[in-house]
Each structure stands twice: as structure tokens, then as C-alpha cells.
Design a protein around this ligand. Structure first.
Ligand code: ZN
Length: 212
């Protein structure tokens, strides 16, 4: 049995059923990279819960389908691949339109590092990659560059990308980003959003790395 195919499909279905899915079934995209560099990605325009593991699309290092009989890959492949090319340390990419984080992307404001959990998960604030048209090479470049060494990035007037060493970490990151985006929205409505002091955030990261 192909465990990674199974895991990718299970994560896609989990996403589709969660509060991270705001535009309906099959929206967003998920991928995972194998040890040999091959990429598995959700297909274009299909409801995740109706897919079988063998309908996930396998691509070589150049982003080409390994079997022409397969469904077409998600049109988001352009930024999934740009992120894998820029980040050898990660093996999973999840793109959602989760409502609170997407709302911050639509007002072009980063999610601030005001909660320790976000700092540990993402590596600081969640930046915004400036708008580029879907499928354009600029989209991949802007997203990979704004992401840098962080584990999440907002796409201006579009949505969210979370990455991780594996699918479970990327999903946890997508969920934390949405929860903190919601807290930031509530904070902004009742007062001023205040980030953690940089030295406190640094100390939190240090303590976490000592603990592991
Ligand atoms: Zn999207």
C-alpha cells in the first residue's frame, strides 16, 4: 500500500470537512513530496471526499506527470513546486481559503506574532505575498520569496499556504494560523493588536528547542 497517497487523501478530506474549508468541496490544494523528490498533489476541480488514492497526481521533479492517464494536477502546482524548489527542508504544502486568515490577506495585513503558539509554529508573523494571477510564474516567485524560511504565508486577496516537514505538521500550521487570525480579528475589534516583544518571542523559541 502507498502510505503517502493514503495520508494525502486523508488530510485532504480532513481539510474539506474542517473550518479551514470556506469555498466549498475540492477548493484549495494539498501536496506531499516523496524522499526521491517526486510530488503527489490533489487533482484539479475534484471533491476530495470522492477521490480514491490512485487519483492523486504524481509528478516528477520538473512538475511533469509520470503517467499521462492521470487526472490533471491542481492549477496551484505552480506555487507548490516553487516552494519545494526553495525549501528542501519541507515535504508538505497545504493551500486553503480559511476565512479569518483570508480576510487578513484581503486587507493586506500580516498575522502578527502575538501568541507563542504562532511563533513556534510559523517562526514569527505570517507575511503577505503580494497579488499575482493564478498560474502565473510570478505567483510562485512571490509566494516562495515572501514565505522565506517561515512555515506559513498569506496570498494577497486570495488565501493561505502552510508548509511543514510532513502533512500532519502542515495541517497543524494551517489550523494554528486560522485560529490566531480569528483571535487577531477579535483583538482588532476590541482594542489594538499587540505583538509579543521580539525578545519574548526569541526566548520562547529557545525554550522550545531546549525542550525538544
Ligand atoms: Zn486558492
Amino acid at each position: 500500500m502507498d502510505t503517502l497517497r493514503q495520508q494525502l487523501l486523508e488530510t485532504a478530506i480532513e481539510l474539506e470537512k474542517s473550518n479551514l474549508s470556506s469555498l466549498g468541496p475540492g477548493k484549495g490544494s494539498l501536496s506531499a513530496r516523496r524522499e526521491n523528490g517526486m510530488i503527489l498533489i490533489t487533482p484539479s476541480g475534484k471533491t476530495f471526499s470522492k477521490l480514491t488514492p490512485d487519483e492523486l497526481v504524481e509528478l516528477d521533479r520538473n512538475g511533469q506527470k509520470t503517467d499521462q492517464s492521470l487526472l490533471n494536477p491542481s492549477l496551484d502546482l505552480i506555487f507548490h513546486k516553487a516552494i519545494y524548489d526553495a525549501r528542501p527542508d519541507i515535504n508538505a504544502v497545504i493551500h486553503t481559503h480559511s476565512p479569518y486568515a483570508t480576510a487578513w490577506a484581503c486587507v493586506n495585513q500580516p498575522i502578527q506574532p502575538m501568541i507563542v503558539a504562532l511563533v513556534l509554529m510559523v517562526g514569527g508573523e505570517v507575511p503577505v505575498a503580494s497579488f499575482a494571477f493564478p498560474r502565473s510564474p510570478e505567483l510562485g516567485e512571490k509566494v516562495a520569496s515572501a514565505l522565506g524560511l517561515k512555515n506559513a504565508v498569506l496570498m494577497e486577496n486570495h488565501g493561505v499556504i502552510a508548509v511543514g516537514k510532513n502533512l500532519s505538521k502542515a495541517m497543524g500550521c494551517a489550523s494554528t494560523v486560522e485560529n490566531v487570525a480569528r483571535i487577531q480579528a477579535i483583538s482588532a475589534s476590541i482594542g489594538v493588536v499587540r505583538s509579543l516583544k521580539p525578545e519574548v518571542a526569541e526566548q520562547a523559541v529557545k525554550m522550545e528547542s531546549n525542550y525538544q
